[in-house]
Design a protein around this ligand. Structure first.
Ligand SMILES: O=C(O)CCC(=O)C(=O)O
Length: 345
């Protein structure tokens, strides 16, 4: 009997952290946005576009800020304050930030990795994806004016506990057969380019042989269709192989997407019949409450819509791979001498 993760390619685990801890982590992320040095001019993040800047390429062992493409004026200046222009913070929060490191390395995460059968799992990247209000929505893609709000100071008791090694994560009995809390199996059919995060499979970006990437995605705020929750094609990890990889160019100064022979994940194979449909109406929306953890199989197709609401949508995510698998030297993300991938156990 397959677990729901094996069957669907994702698993929703409510109450992974308490709403209070989630709020504290969001406040902490805003604090990082306010206090971390940014590239000058600030670097834009284009999920569908060129990720070839040195600032991006060498962010694997750093905590760096990336801003929304739609938050700049014609002269390349931010049109709103950072808190409303930030796309994401990445990609080594699990290394350098005590609060996010504590969440990443929490014993519950270890138990999940063990439950998934990983022998030598290692975390290779982490990020806070911010999706500020109304940014990246349909239309011009430019921000409306939003009044600047001072970032909250991160002084919460529970966050303090996290920082000093006593994560206030709720104790729960790990079950990989928890019911999915996804709802509304429908979204309007719109073009790929209208998605804040277009349809993708994580193993395209975090490729190993055999495939092993798994995403741990934690909602720091309530996520719903209006503010751009995750959307999945359930079961697509089984019959949709990885056919592309994001690699560094030969001169190591850029990235490019290259086609590869189809690679299927463990437990999946080339379908004997037609592949399952990935048209827009086969995506199901994952509306989850703050504090929910979603496990994401490296081959499952998923995406998220722009945030069309007045509220933000902060999440924290990190990805793990199996160190027993081969990690190609031309993957865009490379460990460094100072910051090797972080073993979970
Ligand atoms: O949070 C999102 O909107 C997208 C996240 C995602 O696609 C991922 O973590 O692989």
């Amino acid at each position: 009997m397959p677990t729901q993760f094996e069957d669907q390619g994702y698993l929703v685990i409510p109450d992974f952290i308490s709403p209070t801890v989630a709020a504290e982590l969001k406040a902490h992320a805003l604090h990082l946005v306010a206090t971390t040095d940014a590239d000058q001019p600030p670097t834009r993040f284009r999920p569908n576009g060129d990720q070839s800047s040195e600032y991006f390429l060498n962010s694997g062992d750093q905590v760096r800020l990336f801003f929304e493409d739609g938050a700049f004026d014609q002269d390349g200046r931010l049109t709103v304050d950072r808190a409303h222009a930030i796309n994401k913070i990445g990609h080594a929060l699990h290394v350098h930030d005590r609060a996010f490191r504590a969440v990443t390395l929490h014993p519950t995460v270890v138990r999940i990795a063990q439950g998934l059968g990983l022998q030598h799992p290692a975390v290779l990247q982490s990020m806070v994806i911010c999706k500020p209000p109304r940014i990246g929505g349909e239309g011009t893609g430019r921000l409306s004016t939003i009044s600047a709000a001072a970032p909250d100071p991160c002084v919460g008791r529970e966050l303090t506990a996290i920082r000093y090694g006593q994560p206030a994560i709720r104790t729960w009995h790990l079950s990989l057969t928890l019911a999915l809390s996804f709802s509304h199996p429908h979204i309007a059919g719109v073009a790929t380019t209208e998605y804040a995060v277009p349809p993708h499979q994580d193993s395209t970006f975090l490729f190993t042989r055999p495939l092993s990437a798994i995403g741990f995605w934690i909602a720091l705020e309530n996520c719903h269709e209006t503010n751009g929750c995750l959307q999945f094609v359930p079961g697509s990890h089984k019959d949709h192989p990885i056919t592309q990889r994001l690699v560094r160019t030969a001169d190591h100064h850029g990235t490019e997407m290259v086609s590869i022979e189809p690679v299927y994940g463990p437990g999946s194979q080339a379908p004997s019949g037609a592949m399952s449909s990935t048209s827009s109406d086969t995506f199901v929306s994952g509306e989850v409450a703050a504090g929910t953890l979603v496990l994401i199989h490296g081959s499952v197709l998923h995406r998220s819509s722009p945030n069309r609401s007045m509220a933000s949508r902060f999440i924290y995510t990190f990805h793990a791979i199996e160190l027993m698998a081969a990690y190609p030297a031309d993957n865009w993300l490379q460990p460094t001498v100072d910051v090797p991938f972080t073993r979970l156990y």
